[in-house]
Write a protein that binds this ligand. Structure first.
Ligand code: HSX
Ligand code: HSX
Length: 206
């Protein structure tokens, strides 16, 4: 199931602002970043911990905990770049591996243009980040790339997903947790989510 923390008032408030066409790139980028932190916080809630050796607080010894897994963030360019800082705020030690995919304009099918993953996969948990799931093709293709690389545990973080695209992603990769801020019912033949927020890449960078 896709997790839509829509009920959280801060997420609902910020998604509404994100949709507003009067919002300019500076504020749009800030909103993407803030939403990434809120949704990322929820998406990291079930990460595993291990105990550390005993250390001492100023008053007593204690056994600490730390994250068990090697974690990486996989932004899908361009728009996914807007969510990298959010995830790094939450997990500053995470690695970042960029994936480049664009939708071919007539078929809307994803085309890979950038993949510099190291030869060996030493990541335990990967967070694929991209603000939009429209037809779902891009997310499915990115996750295919990561599974072929050898990554076993993958979570997707987005801001707005279409009902159709989320079903496509869930059917293709039922093992992947999907975390989005909101699910919109409609998708145009041109692959735009309605009401959506327009082209997130353009709104972040232009
Ligand atoms: C947008 O198109 C997003 O940032 C994604 O990278 C992509 C989503 O489209 P789709 O493949 O889900 O239709 O620019
Ligand atoms: C969009 O996804 C456009 O169709 C582009 O082809 C593609 C690239 O996304 P981004 O670079 O703006 O994230 O839907």
């Amino acid at each position: 199931m896709a997790n839509t923390p829509q009920q959280h008032p801060l997420i609902a408030h910020k998604i509404s602002l994100l949709r507003d066409k009067r919002v300019k790139p500076k504020q749009f980028r800030e909103l993407v970043n803030e939403l990434g932190v809120l949704i990322g916080y929820q998406a990291t809630a079930n990460l595993d911990l291990i105990e550390t050796k005993q250390v001492e607080s100023p008053v007593a010894p204690f056994t600490g905990v730390k994250l068990k897994d090697e974690i990486a963030i996989f932004p899908i360019m361009r728009a996914g770049l807007g969510l990298v800082d959010s995830l790094l705020t939450l997990i500053p030690t995470a690695r970042v591996h960029h994936l480049g995919l664009y939708r071919e304009h007539s078929t809307l099918l994803p085309v890979e243009y950038y993949n510099k993953l190291p030869q060996e996969c030493t990541v335990d948990v990967g967070f694929v980040v991209d603000p939009m799931i429209a037809t779902g093709g891009t997310a499915v293709a990115a996750i295919n790339m990561l599974k072929e690389w050898g990554l076993k545990k993958i979570k997707f973080i987005g801001l707005i997903g279409s009902t159709f695209g989320i079903k496509v992603l869930r059917d293709a990769h039922p093992d992947v947790e999907i975390h989005v801020g909101v699910i919109d019912e409609n998708l145009t033949d041109e692959g735009y989510i309605i009401p959506g927020c327009g082209d997130a890449g353009d709104r972040i960078f232009k």
